[in-house]
Design a protein around this ligand. Sequence first.
Ligand code: DGT
Ligand code: CA
Ligand code: CA
Ligand code: ZN
Length: 575
Amino acid sequence: MARPNEEVEALLQEYADLISITGGDAFKVRAYEKAARAIGGHPADISRLDPDALRDIPNVGRSIAEKVAEYLRTGTMAVVEERRARIPAGVRELITIPTLGPKKALRLYEDLHISSVNELAAAIDADALRDLKGFGEKTQENILHGISLMQQAGGRIPLHLALETAEEIVAELSAVTGCKRCAYAGSLRRMKETIGDIDVLVAAGRSAPFMDALAGLPSTAEVIAHGSKKTSVRTTKGVQVDLRVLPPDSWGAGQQYFTGSKAHNIRTRTIAVRQGLKLSEYGLFEVDSGRSVASRSEEEVYARLGLPWIPPTLREDRGEIEAALRGELPDLVTERTIRGDLHTHTDLTDGLAPLEEMVAAAAERGYAYYAITDHAPNLYMQRMTDEKMLAQREQVRALDGTRRRMRLLHGTELNIGPEGDLDWPDEFLAGFDVCVASLHSHFDLGRKEMTRRLIRACENPYVNVLGHPTTRLIGKRSGVDADWDEVFAVCARTGTALEINAQPDRLDLCDEDILRARELGAKFAVNSDAHSVLHLGLLRYGVGTAQRGWLTPDDVINTWPLRSLRRFLRKGRAS
Ligand code: DGT
Ligand code: CA
Ligand code: CA
Ligand code: ZN
């Protein structure tokens, strides 16, 4: 299951929330939040650490280390259980609404006896919050918006959580005797940003051992359906997993069918029908004779339909069939073609690891270059100063080329002000090798103002990358409102790359925006926005999203050799 680090992170975060609801002191809340983040981002598996080693993790003091040790030993944390018992379940449900904090949730419960999301929505509809202090019209609007985001997410789970679960299940089932092939399919293989359920396929002569194995996994909480062709379970984390066992000869056809998407399959089936063939999860058959003409591999199935193999990330019926027929499928960007990361943080601002550790980990990934882009001063809580930034630059220069010859770029993540203004004057910006510029405030400007603001930032000759352009948080916050076509066109014209931020809760730009921006001629940067060593590996989700936007290495500046990249980064600058 998830790493113990993440389990403990979630538990400490919950404890912080519980302290906050029950009126505990804010200092303590922050201490637990910081510790949660530090443990979640700690590179070593904490279950292998003794209490002394736990205390070496930044922000983890003696008392927290003891609670973590207790959890690792017993599977529970007594203080969390105690606090949980003091809070009604309904209030805990309310807290899951984006934008509704623990304090407000408790007020709703105590003053109005509201204890579920539906009751809250109904209360707002009936204007029952009218007299409650702190619940003005704007707040109510935000709550309703948060509820609608939750409903849109509709129980779908984030890509990275689904992928972790699927990889563990695939590893388990692959080890079962008689397993010829095992892989996940469905929206997960297509790298959709959220996943309804996980589809796992096995090729084997006998299905029962696999169905039993899945039902018996410690991570399985409930068996929803148990059959000889399909078994569905719900995991302890609430994720549904569908397992299908196919005859080994049908492996390719099964993969093709269960990878989807439905819309893509409708197209392939129509092509089959036109050729007097029938396509199912068992194979491609001649209608007249019933003879199987292709089934073993996906390549074979597509080839018999007159198509090249189509990468799963393109299978959404968004033009891939036509492109395949013309022989014009894009040569997609892959993780292997990425030469460096252009948006990363260190503990100089809100990252967890010091510069040296981030650089060493990046070099381990085989990068040719790597940019450090800590936050600029207008994000006040980060307390950045000119001196700190310049001192970091010296360190970066000293480390440049020392780890597997990886080249370092010194950059920053600027804050785009309400008017499109930036943190530093041009003279100071000129000292950076690369500048990412992002929106971190004033998300609710009107469309016109927001568009103007973004365009002004892009027209600055020192802004190379527009970071997480829309600022959406999947299932939590919609992106800002702007005339994106206009922004994308300005990016294309000015040589400002659009970021594909790989953080799984962002994936910003999203696939559809990427398709549009690419059409308008923009370039892209796929970045991890890493705040810890582990985050560097999140890049795969950004690459998957880039693929869903049909991007090739030509479109993505951080696949380019350093010399070409530097030319791009010079932008319209003087000299
Ligand atoms: P999800 O789970 O909502 O994220 O999306 P998918 O695409 O994984 O959908 P799912 O799990 O319902 O089914 C997996 C794949 O199986 C789907 O992408 C295509 C295939 N499939 C399922 N039902 C049908 C169907 O009725 N017709 C066709 N052509 N394909 C289907
Ligand atoms: Ca699925
Ligand atoms: Ca399914
Ligand atoms: Zn960042």
